[in-house]
Design a protein around this ligand. Structure first.
Ligand SMILES: NC(=O)c1ccc[n+]([C@@H]2O[C@H](COP(=O)([O-])OP(=O)(O)OC[C@H]3O[C@@H](n4cnc5c(N)ncnc54)[C@H](OP(=O)(O)O)[C@@H]3O)[C@@H](O)[C@H]2O)c1
Length: 256
């Protein structure tokens, strides 16, 4: 585990019920972070919270909420600050994928993907900023290499992540003088529940995974705990001179 400490730091993680967010919650629980975990799936969220509590005995705050609903987003920030008295780190990680290019797209996919991956981040960040200014805290956004490399298979997803990268830079510029850092990470392919939301059959999914992983120079998928370590580093004091940056963790995918 990275040599980072989050003693007395309040960390809010969206999409903590699964994949990268769950792994990051577990990773940070080992560093004594006080966690607020957000997701819609209560059962999964509570399971992850129990797992986190095992390490340092600190029970996370569980917030069952939909980040696309404004009232829920408001509740997420309000309840976190009421519970812990402050907010030090915001990890905007919740995300969905939608398949299709411009020839086979539909507006439902565009709206769902952009609302979850970008609008909710805009709103949650806006509400969290006064608290982050007070704590001189920081933000880490989970983007994707699809935001850098054009995708004909997942157009709306690719757009949402390109927007998130620019959002990261703009907000970092604005909040720098307030002592708040803002960075993003761009993972390559990971085996999480993200792809379950596509219309791909099991066989197609297996073929997709094989092709994507096989095409990386390192011939391996990225693991969730490797992404968590990068997020933890950027959110820690070790990164106190890093802001407005995007870190790629992709087994070399972008080299092609
Ligand atoms: N897997 C990859 O290959 C990959 C690569 C690059 C970047 N990423 C990014 O990594 C992030 C996490 O994805 P993952 O791979 O860990 O996928 P995942 O296992 O499907 O996790 C997605 C998380 O987002 C949450 N979420 C989705 N919609 C939500 C909503 N409306 N309200 C609240 N929570 C919501 C889900 O929670 P509930 O279902 O409980 O709501 C879940 O915890 C995403 O931003 C994704 O774009 C993934």
């Amino acid at each position: 585990m990275a040599d980072v400490s989050f003693v007395d730091k309040v960390v809010l993680i969206t999409g903590a019920s699964s994949g990268i967010g769950a792994a990051t919650a577990i990773y940070l629980s080992k560093t004594s972070a006080k966690l607020a975990l957000v997701g819609r799936n209560e059962k999964n969220l509570k399971r992850i919270a129990l797992y986190c509590e095992k390490y340092k005995g600190i029970a996370p705050l569980v917030l069952v909420a939909d980040v696309t609903a404004d009232a829920d987003t408001e509740r997420i920030v309000k309840e976190t600050v009421e519970h812990y008295g402050k907010l030090d780190v915001l990890i905007n990680n919740a995300g969905v994928i939608g398949m299709g290019g411009i020839k086979n797209s539909n507006m439902e996919t565009y709206d769902r993907v952009m609302t979850t991956n970008m609008r909710s981040v805009y709103h949650l960040t806006m509400l969290a900023v006064p608290h982050l200014i007070e704590s001189k805290g920081c933000i880490v956004n989970t983007s994707c290499i699809a935001g850098k490399k054009p995708s004909s298979m997942a157009l709306a997803y690719s757009l949402s992540k390109a927007a998130l990268d620019h959002f990261t830079r703009c907000v970092a510029l604005e909040l720098g003088p307030d002592g708040v850092r803002v960075n993003s990470i761009s993972p390559g392919f990971l085996k999480t529940n993200l792809l379950k939301d596509t219309a791909l059959t099991e066989d197609q999914l297996e073929m997709f995974v094989k092709n994507v992983v096989g095409s990386t120079p390192l011939k391996r998928p990225v693991e969730s705990d490797e992404v968590s370590a990068l997020i933890a580093h950027l959110a820690s004091d070790k990164a106190k001179c890093i802001t407005g940056c995007n870190y790629v963790i992709d087994s070399g995918s972008l080299l092609h």
